[in-house]
Design a protein around this ligand. Sequence first.
Ligand code: C2O
Ligand code: CU
Ligand code: CU
Length: 479
Amino acid sequence: MTNLSRRDFFGKTTVGIGAGLAFSNSWARVLAPKKFSKAEADVFIELKALKKNLEILSGKKTTFWSYSGKLIKGPSHTLTSLAGGYLGPTIEVKTGDRVKIIFKNAVDEKSIVHWHGLDVSHENDGHPHFAVESGKSYEYDFEVVNRAGMYWYHPHPHGRTGFQVYQGMAGLFVVRDREEAILNLPSGEFEKRFVIQDRLFKESGELDYRPSMMGAFGDTLMINGEKKPEVIKVKRGTYRFRFLNGCNARIFNLALSSKDSFTQIGSDGGLLEKPVNLKRFYYGPAERFDCLMDFSKFSVGETVELEGLPLVEGRGEKYTVLKFEIVEGKASIFEAPTTLSHYDIIPEAEAVNAGNPKKFELIPKRGVGWTISGRAYTHNEFHEDEVIKFGDTEVWEFYNPTGMPHPMHVHGTQFQILKREVGRLDGCLNEGWKDVVLVMPGDRIQVLKRFNTFKGLFIYHCHNLEHEDMSMMRNYKIL
Ligand code: C2O
Ligand code: CU
Ligand code: CU
């Protein structure tokens, strides 16, 4: 493995001189560190949270809460909308871009946007204490230091994240870089993105949000903010499929009806070092899965399904998540390269607490709900074991003694999974750079994380959004 340093890995693209577009500075109250390598933003977006009345179910209107975007500066592909659906626009930028986003809150309650998976400063991270009232705005200004990958954005006001996401507030944030570009992965119509969500609707057509200790679920699968299509037509070639489990609480157990393996090429934080073949995997909320799918061996007219198997074999029925139908058309076969990308495998010895992980227990507490080690979230408060020295690498251990899965998410830099002691159910995603780790019942997982980019207050929480809202979330502070 090439030994690239962290700096190379987060390498910036060549600094270009901006077009000299002037911005009104009236909103520049953001406290972001002024150590930008660029004098001006490459991309400037206005992102508004608002209600949208859409006909997603036939013959019925649903009031969604959503995001609308307006591109003020940047190439036109920076902002694309997912036609028809309730999701916010897809934002696409390059590593090294300086991005300004003005968030305008036009929904009825406090909100704030979090850029899930992006490594940004405290002021840009959508910490719940920055939530702004309806009618107010919040300005973001950050440089994209992440590698190419599919990140996403969603609200993060304490106690209301689950509700707001369920109402429709979320969007994709795609980052490109040169390391990915030189691979020439399938692109254009051969790169498909799927945001999978489940929703429950009332007879009237309105959403029916039912939070519980288990989370909020739905009986209708939504793909990219629309009702799941009957079939998705694919040609006899190789596709790159990029998935986001955008559900509040649902965990999938995914497999292909053809019994083929998935060729995984990427994870939450971008490309893996090498492709990995998986027959089946558990897929938790907020996790991303990037894979190559070769349909060339099927004949026109055949179908292949992405199946949701019961979480525990024999308990429940399998269902169709997506159905692909092979159609006529020009397509090419893409062989996965043996090496996809280069990055550091964080050595355990680098951690200041190697062999002595910080331990977090995922447990319920009477009168509170779900907690981390019995502690509930309160704004700005953190415990002494939640203080980290800037520049340190630490090992954190998540232990789940309960019968419910907990997809644990840590803000800030991406981490790597050092080890997983599997409890009752095997088959979670462990490869590559992660920002969410699915902790199944009985699992004990150690992750390695470098706290070397921004000082400040960040959060870690369960990404079962109802657990998070119940206060299964904590601050950590990098000093
Ligand atoms: Cu996607 Cu703190 O969350
Ligand atoms: Cu996040
Ligand atoms: Cu949880």
